[in-house]
Design a protein around this ligand. Sequence first.
Ligand SMILES: *[C@@H]1O[C@H](CO)[C@@H](O)[C@H](O)[C@H]1NC(C)=O
Ligand SMILES: *[C@@H]1O[C@H](CO)[C@@H](O)[C@H](O)[C@H]1NC(C)=O
Ligand SMILES: *[C@@H]1O[C@H](CO)[C@@H](O)[C@H](O)[C@H]1NC(C)=O
Ligand SMILES: *[C@@H]1O[C@H](CO)[C@@H](O)[C@H](O)[C@H]1NC(C)=O
Ligand SMILES: *[C@@H]1O[C@H](CO)[C@@H](O)[C@H](O)[C@H]1NC(C)=O
Ligand SMILES: *[C@@H]1O[C@H](CO)[C@@H](O)[C@H](O)[C@H]1NC(C)=O
Length: 499
Amino acid sequence: MRLVLLFTFFLSANGFDFIVENLKKYVNHDADPCDDFYRHACPLDVGIPRDLVFLGFQDILAKNSLKNPRAWDKFSVKKDIFERPRNETFNDKIEELYLHLCENEGNTTLMLKHLEPILFNPAECRGRFCLAYIRDDPNCKRAAKHLNSKLSRDMALYLSESLIEYHNQFFEFVTFIQILNAILDIDVRDGIHLVEEYLEDMKKIAIEWVQKTPWAINNEVSKSIKSLIEQIYLFDNYGENLRNSIDLFIKIEKAYTDCKAQYNDSKKAVELCFLIVSQDPKLKIDVETLSFSDANAYYGLPSIYMGFAYYYVAQFTEAVSAKIGFSGGCVGHEFGHGLIKSTSADDLTYFSNNSRNCIQNQYNSTCKEFVEQSCDTYDKQVDENGADIIGLQLAYELLERHCKDDLKTIYKPLNVTHQQLFFYATAVSYCQGKRSHTITRMDGTLDSHASANIRVNAMISQHPGFKDAFQCSKESRMIKSAVDQCIIYGEHAPQTRKH
Ligand SMILES: *[C@@H]1O[C@H](CO)[C@@H](O)[C@H](O)[C@H]1NC(C)=O
Ligand SMILES: *[C@@H]1O[C@H](CO)[C@@H](O)[C@H](O)[C@H]1NC(C)=O
Ligand SMILES: *[C@@H]1O[C@H](CO)[C@@H](O)[C@H](O)[C@H]1NC(C)=O
Ligand SMILES: *[C@@H]1O[C@H](CO)[C@@H](O)[C@H](O)[C@H]1NC(C)=O
Ligand SMILES: *[C@@H]1O[C@H](CO)[C@@H](O)[C@H](O)[C@H]1NC(C)=O
Ligand SMILES: *[C@@H]1O[C@H](CO)[C@@H](O)[C@H](O)[C@H]1NC(C)=O
């Protein structure tokens, strides 16, 4: 089985330039970039999916995971579990297996021994924690029924629920591994290393800024911010994590087939064997780690988690300016969360009120100018809005360092300068082919992210690099709606005296 997997690891697949292909297809050249940059780069009504990056990468991964689907069907745990009827109750299945074993000279002792630790968790088989006596009833039907009722209703319900939960996790897990397999086929290790370098460079830049920041110096927090920054790192989800997932899958398969072999590989043992697997703490499926196969990213001190899309672009997009705009912008945003304090629970001990107000004023102003269906600026967004602003500043700083002499050079495939391409790539990463509106979560509360068009126009309109790249006039909507750039960190950041 390992051989099958290793074989698929080495299938090669060529990537494509996600940024260039989409910009070629969609940019509205009739619209002035200084008017509404987001809709110039990501127009409505031209067939853009409602979430370009997320759906685009689902397609890429699905195509690749279909290349070798049969390999997965050879795993008996996958086959059995996917075919398992889900309408039958757990204790009836147990009764059925017992009856079968009892009537066919199977090993009922083994079955009872398998059930005991799951039902009672005892150190040794004693008194009511022991099922061995059931085996001594020569009437198989009666014994099997007794076993069924012995699984008291509560117990059966509990086991059946935990089995359903494991079942669902297992489904997710198999899908995840198919995607991991596709990811290995595509192999974005170089992209991961590049994003790691971007983050390390951004950390250095941020530390330089923090050490010159008046509000941080005046309130004696530069040292503590620096020590927070130094801890942050990129969680390398496709390295170790990926191998671990496949190892776990193989362990589950082995435990399951070993169990079934003890029951003569009978179909009737599917339920019991899957139950045994689901109750083994060593075979626990950590669903948390399964969500990184898409276009998501998030920050939780000290880790930054990024989805496959960002590594893919870092690897297969040709222009450095586009890589930095897209993948650099994303890692900058996640890192930016560590540099903003919006609630007392955040890790920073102090933050500048002036900076917080500046950020919110920008989003408020952009919202008024570019509202589509609806948009709002509220306190809960400070963290995301601030991470947008500071993330873009960090990415742009990186652009200047990497492409110093090439900012005004034309990138031929798109006939735009590298400085412009950086901003186009930023817009692609938030591109949605639907009218933007205030996002309400499932539970009815407002989402902490501003809508996509507001995010892009707010963060780039106030950046001097944008005005320079497109030579926007003061009267253009982008520049009119921009507040003075929010310098959060650096020597020109607000003073804020100690108090
Ligand atoms: C469960 O569904 C299958 C197929 O739909 C059916 O054959 C079987 O009788 C059902 N079992 C129960 C207990 O309803
Ligand atoms: C196990 O398999 C053998 C041969 O295939 C069969 O004779 C026997 O009845 C089976 N036992 C059980 C418990 O199913
Ligand atoms: C039945 O299983 C028990 C417990 O694992 C084992 O000790 C015993 O040898 C088995 N009996 C047969 C006939 O295989
Ligand atoms: C900063 O803003 C918060 C909430 O808006 C307020 O409670 C606090 O007093 C302000 N601090 C200063 C120094 O203005
Ligand atoms: C947004 O601006 C309007 C006025 O231009 C103001 O009344 C409102 O309080 C502002 N909202 C926020 C959240 O800053
Ligand atoms: C490239 O863009 C410039 C303006 O930005 C335009 O004048 C020129 O004609 C374009 N060249 C091509 C080959 O499309």
